[in-house]
Design a protein around this ligand. Structure first.
Ligand SMILES: Cc1ncc(COP(=O)(O)O)c(C=O)c1O
Length: 380
């Protein structure tokens, strides 16, 4: 059996997304900046995609900018948010994705900002009181806090944080890469200034993404060049990526409630089975709390084991199960997860992030728990 439980790293593309993209690889190949008919038909398709994304998120088309993915959208919001609005202080947390943390660290190294990182407890929770204190002391701040953590699934309450940030007149960016297409976003009624998406996390193409920037918090471009994206991002558009991400988001919104119910059932079953079958199993962060975590992520901490130490992902892979130790970008590195380190996770225990999509089944969970049981039985 082959099991793909690494959907937080990337997801399989939906066939309907591929179908929507195909004509733009074949007949509709014009450059959208060209004024002739070949160009105009592609320009129209891009603008239709922008309108679709804006409608789904209750935003206006002029607030949506297509990018090469979540990383570029995060970099744009942070670097240009700081520069445009004369911001000299940023507040974030040690468990943000590196697309955010490394960008803020570079801004600090260049002397553009002072960076304050909120404390997190052993479950990865931040303290809103500490955030408010920092905002009070530094009113013109940029706050960057993700909606859901990609490794442990912890959800932040964007409404609560957004309300606080607004009260102090700060700029609020939230990395929504793991929640876009999995939860609905009503941007007219949510106090965020910038959010981001990467199409490959919700059955769209890799290398596609977008940035939402609220119209009264406009920022300068990050990539300079032609007048594409209304002067916000130079470079000939990734047309197939734009068509693909808009189609993927449309499909995600069409069946969001039933997908969520299906995936939640899989996650709840996984938690129950593991708790029954693997003595000493624990769950990192809030990932086993269904009400407080992303329904697509379960981060499992396994008891110390000589046979599996440092080899667990490899052993699972041998059984046909693809999972991850953390974010995809660092899973090949030996440094371990900065998120689990921030939670003071016991390094003697191996951790695996299992992440789900609507294509997974309960049978795959049973198979995986069976294999884990065998791997851990070697010890007993
Ligand atoms: C929370 C978070 N932010 C940003 C990214 C980067 O997105 P992309 O791969 O589209 O550049 C990821 C991808 O792993 C992520 O999980």
């Amino acid at each position: 059996m082959k099991v793909y439980f690494d959907n937080a790293a990337t997801t399989a593309m939906d066939d309907r997304v591929i179908e929507a993209m195909l004509p733009f690889m074949r007949s509709h190949f014009g450059n959208p900046s060209s004024v002739h008919s070949h160009g105009r038909e592609v320009r129209n398709a891009i603008e239709k995609s922008r309108k679709k994304v804006a409608e789904l998120l209750n935003a206006t088309p002029s607030e949506i900018f297509f990018t090469s993915g979540g990383t570029e959208a995060d970099n744009t919001a942070l670097v240009c948010g700081v520069e445009t609005h004369g911001i000299t202080h940023a507040i974030s947390s040690p468990i943000e994705h590196h697309a955010v943390l490394h960008t803020l660290e570079v801004l600090e190294k260049k002397g553009k900002i002072k960076l304050s990182l909120l404390d997190v407890n052993s479950k990865g929770e931040i303290d809103h009181g500490q955030l408010e204190k920092l905002l009070k002391a530094n009113p013109n701040s940029l706050v960057s806090l993700m909606q859901a953590n990609n490794e442990i699934g912890n959800l932040n309450d964007l409404e609560k944080i957004g309300g606080l940030v607004k009260e102090y007149g700060a700029f609020f960016h939230s990395d929504t890469v793991q929640t876009m297409g999995h939860y609905s976003h009503d941007l007219k009624n949510l106090s965020v200034d910038a959010i981001v998406a990467g199409g490959h996390k919700f059955h769209g193409p890799k290398g596609s993404g977008f940035l939402f920037v609220r119209k009264d918090k406009k920022i300068h471009p990050f990539i300079h060049g032609g007048a594409q994206e209304r002067n916000m991002r130079g470079g000939t558009e990734n047309v197939i990526g734009i068509i693909g991400i808009a189609k993927a988001l449309e499909l995600a919104y069409e069946d969001m409630a039933s997908h969520q119910a299906h995936i939640e059932k899989i996650k709840a079953h996984f938690i129950e089975k593991l708790s029954q079958e693997i003595p000493g199993v624990e769950f990192n962060g809030l990932s086993a709390d269904l009400g407080k975590s992303l329904y697509t992520v379960l981060n499992v901490s396994l008891p110390p084991s000589e046979a599996n130490r440092g080899m667990l992902l490899f052993n699972l892979d041998l059984e046909g199960i693809s999972a991850s130790g953390g974010s995809a970008c660092s899973s090949g590195a030996t440094v371990g997860s900065h998120v689990l380190r921030a939670l003071n996770h016991n390094p003697e225990r191996d951790s695996v992030r299992f992440s789900f999509s609507r294509f997974n089944t309960v049978e795959e969970v049973d198979y995986t728990v069976e294999k884990l049981k065998e791997l851990y039985a070697v010890e007993a």
